[in-house]
Design a binder for this molecule. Structure first.
Ligand SMILES: *[C@@H]1O[C@H](CO)[C@@H](O)[C@H](O)[C@H]1NC(C)=O
Length: 344
């Protein structure tokens, strides 16, 4: 008996690292996951960076709505970066373990960015509410300065909200098991592993999550009720469609984001749903940030046109480079393309 207790005590101080189990499956499964995650990651970063670039360089897109959109894209880049590169390394079998401190840091950033996303989506709904329900007073309530302040508030509060549960989380001790049945460090997987009493932590996170999720959801809901009741009063269907087109993309993202969150939140109480949780989590982490730029560009004429212009210009620059490399013919064509490539 004695050696066993001795060993356990030793173990308590030994666990400085966690091991990710990732997804079950043979090498082929791991490689497919790796390919899918890599492609998704590249597309997500490229798509969101394109939105930031387009909004930043087109003066007619310098409005609060597009500022919030590019800020959301900025957030999505960080959000996926917090999870995906590490996940890819895990699928490759390169580094299945993670030091305790990095694990806490990942849980902290993932949660903070998630909270910021809730706040930003809410502020975007509020912006549409002002634009559609109070079009005459819109510019007094919302301007570029106001939108920058609101975005800053979203980021700061997203990171502050989570400090309370995070400060409890770092005090938990981990002794017997150190295998995380996931591909990232999330608070809920850490709770399952901890050998301390986690009831305080669970209450605190439950209350905070409820405030953040229900609070932002209610504000968004009320905004959309006002938006829709205003739209219904517009006499022409064309006018209705035009006004609604500015918020349909936002509404799609909101539905996806809250849909997956509420699903996870409800499932969380059911212990044996871990595998399903893992899949919904994955969708939440990799699909939402990926779809974001596509939803906005497909539904928004202004962004779509600006993006196409950029693509066409990149295309003509590319063929110019090919010309220079001698892969294409005459020199005359290079001179033809040069001004297009430099000028707006
Ligand atoms: C988003 O907002 C934050 C806080 O105001 C700011 O620091 C960041 O640069 C913004 N990013 C973009 C791309 O607008």
């Amino acid at each position: 008996m004695e050696p066993a207790t001795g060993r356990q005590k030793e173990n308590q101080s030994i666990i400085r690292e966690f091991l990710f189990l990732g997804f079950q499956g043979n090498q082929d499964v791991q490689i497919s996951l790796c390919v899918v995650f890599t492609i998704t990651y590249i597309l997500t970063v490229a798509g969101n960076a394109a939105i930031i670039g387009v909004v930043g360089t087109h003066s007619h897109l310098q409005t609060p709505m597009y500022f919030f959109l590019s800020n959301l894209s900025f957030l999505e880049i960080w959000y996926t970066t917090a999870y995906i590169p590490k996940a890819i390394a895990i699928f490759l079998g390169k580094s299945r373990n993670i030091p305790f401190s990095s694990c806490i840091l990942q849980a902290y950033f993932g949660f903070s960015l998630g909270c910021t996303e809730f706040f930003l989506l809410t502020v975007m709904a509020y912006d549409r509410y002002l634009a559609i329900c109070y079009p005459l007073h819109y510019s007094t309530f919302m301007n570029n300065m106001r939108s920058a302040q609101l975005a800053l508030v979203c980021w700061v509060s997203g990171f502050l909200v989570i400090t309370v549960p995070a400060s409890i989380l770092v005090r938990l001790s981990f002794c017997n098991s150190y295998a995380i049945n996931h591909f990232y460090c999330g608070a809920d997987s850490l709770i399952l592993l901890s050998c301390s009493d986690t009831s305080v932590y669970q209450w605190v996170t439950f209350i905070m999550a409820t405030i953040v999720i229900v609070g932002t959801f209610l504000i968004t809901l009320v905004s959309y009720i006002c938006i829709i009741s205003t739209l219904v009063k517009i006499p022409s269907t064309q006018g209705q469609q035009k006004a609604f087109s500015t918020c349909s993309a936002h509404l799609t993202v909101v539905v996806m984001w809250y849909g997956s969150t509420i699903f996870l939140y409800v499932r969380y109480s059911k212990a044996n749903a871990l595998e399903i949780n893992k899949i919904v989590n994955t969708l939440n982490i990799i699909i939402t940030p990926l779809l974001n730029p596509f939803i906005y560009t497909l539904r928004n004429k202004e962004v779509k046109e600006a993006l196409w212009k950029v693509f066409r210009r990149t295309g003509s620059c590319l063929s110019m480079v090919l010309d220079l490399l001698g892969l294409k013919s005459s020199r005359v064509r290079i001179h033809e393309r040069l001004p297009k490539c430099h000028g707006g």
